[in-house]
Every structure is written in C-alpha cells, then in structure tokens.
Write a new protein. Structure first.
Length: 134
C-alpha cells in the first residue's frame, strides 16, 4: 500500500487541509486577543499572565504574524518555526501551573503536529529533507 506522503496530490491536499485548520484556529485565537475579549484577559490572569489588554494584543499580533508567515508558501517554514516557539511558551506556561495534561498542556503539541504535519505533506522539499522510510 502506498503511503500518503508518496502520493503528491493526496499529500498536498491533506497538507492543505491540516494547515487550513491550524490557520483558521490561530486566526480566531489571534483575533480575540487583538480585541481583546474579556475571556482572554480573564484566562490570562488565571494562568499567571498579565491581564493588561495591551499584553493580550501583543500576543495576538505575534500569533497573527506567525500565521501570516505560515500561510504564505515562500515563508511557511519560518512561520512554522515561529509558531512552534510560541506553542512551546504555551506548553511551558501550562506545565508551570499544573494544567490538565491532555486537554491543556499538550494542546500546543497537537497544534505543532498539525503545523509541521500539514507543511510536511504539502511541501515536497521538506519531505526530501526529512524522509520517513520503512
């Protein structure tokens, strides 16, 4: 049976779908931080971050910069790297406060897997750089 990564058309479309989900979610996440909605500042306080709206806006801007870079094929790898670092900060924050492991702490890992998995499937050069073999 042929793997999905070796079928370039199926791999590309699966990668676009995975990346699209990440992009939509992070656009929403960055958008609610730009406003910022009350839930954003309230949750920030609960996890030990500043509740100042300008801090939430800064996080929103950083998120949207990473998403913008990730969405453009020419800068997708840079965007994936920046978003991975951002997710690492979220994971560290949740580890520090003892959040539930699978629902909160590892959520950044799940997003990271979608980010890199989507990019891996839609970018043949990345598959050539990191080949998975049986």
């Amino acid at each position: 049976m042929e793997s999905i990564a070796s079928n370039s058309k199926a791999a590309r479309w699966t990668g676009y779908a995975m990346s699209g989900l990440v992009i939509l979610f992070l656009l929403f996440d960055g958008g609610i931080k730009l406003v910022p909605l009350e839930i954003v500042t309230q949750t920030s306080g609960e996890i030990g971050l500043p509740t100042d709206p300008s801090f939430a806006r800064l996080l929103g801007i950083l998120t949207l910069i990473g998403v913008g870079l990730y969405a453009m094929p020419q800068t997708a790898v840079l965007g994936a790297i920046l978003l991975t670092g951002y997710m690492g900060g979220a994971i560290a924050t949740h580890l520090r406060i003892g959040s539930p492991l699978f629902s909160h702490t590892l959520f950044g890992v799940y997003l990271g897997l979608l980010i890199w998995g989507g990019l891996y499937l839609r970018e043949p050069r990345l598959r050539a750089l990191i080949p998975f073999r049986r």
